[in-house]
Design a protein around this ligand. Structure first.
Ligand code: FES
Length: 195
């Protein structure tokens, strides 16, 4: 692949109102993965008659293996593996809030801000997290321990307000529960929900 070929600029799911985090070029480097990880990807690919349909499960694997976000070498790998354009990868990556296009902290707190959660106190939860962590939505703490985001409905409206950390849901949130979660994260007593 040519390093000069321009591509469509990726959006930035993690900080949606900020400029792009990286140059939107075809990267020179393509990520490499262990045979075990490739086998994991191939197991997903085998489920789909059309290879590109496996884009999301493969994205989750690349994100996990590349330090929590889709970096340009990881995107180049996916495009090559799935036989699609780099732009196809970015188009999907920037649509879903669970796919990160820039580095995030070990614990990525994604607070739902849609109707049910909003009515039942999502703003108060976000404000409390902001105060406790010293960061606003779209930011990461200096020690790379926490990132904070606001996301759209996570499909758990009956237990609003709620948030996800990785794949784990934390529901019926209160400020006291947030304090407990943050302390458990700091104390290493909580999974970051990445798997
Ligand atoms: S509105 Fe928050 S999970 Fe649906």
């Amino acid at each position: 692949m040519s390093s000069e070929q321009p591509i469509q600029s990726p959006g930035n799911q993690f900080t949606p109102n900020n400029p792009l985090p990286q140059e939107a070029k075809v990267p020179d480097e393509i990520a490499k993965f262990s045979p075990q990880v490739i086998a994991e990807m191939d197991a997903h690919l085998a489920k789909y008659p059309v290879q590109r349909s496996a884009i999301l499960p493969l994205m989750f694997i690349v994100q996990r293996e590349r330090g929590g976000y889709l970096d340009p070498p990881g995107v180049a790998f996916l495009a090559d593996k799935l036989g699609v354009r780099i732009t196809d990868i970015w188009e999907v990556a920037t649509f879903y809030s669970m796919i990160n296009t820039e580095p995030v902290g070990k614990y990525h707190l994604q607070i739902c801000r849609t109707l049910s959660c909003k009515i039942l106190g999502a703003d108060k939860i976000t404000e409390h997290c902001t105060q406790r962590l010293g960061i606003k939505p779209g930011e990461t703490t200096e020690d790379s321990m926490f990132s904070l985001s606001e996301v759209e409905c996570l499909g758990s409206c009956g237990t609003a307000p709620m948030m996800q950390i990785g794949f784990d849901y934390h529901e019926n949130l209160t400020t006291e529960k947030i304090d407990e979660i943050i302390e458990n994260c700091r104390g290493g007593r909580m999974s970051n929900g990445v798997r």
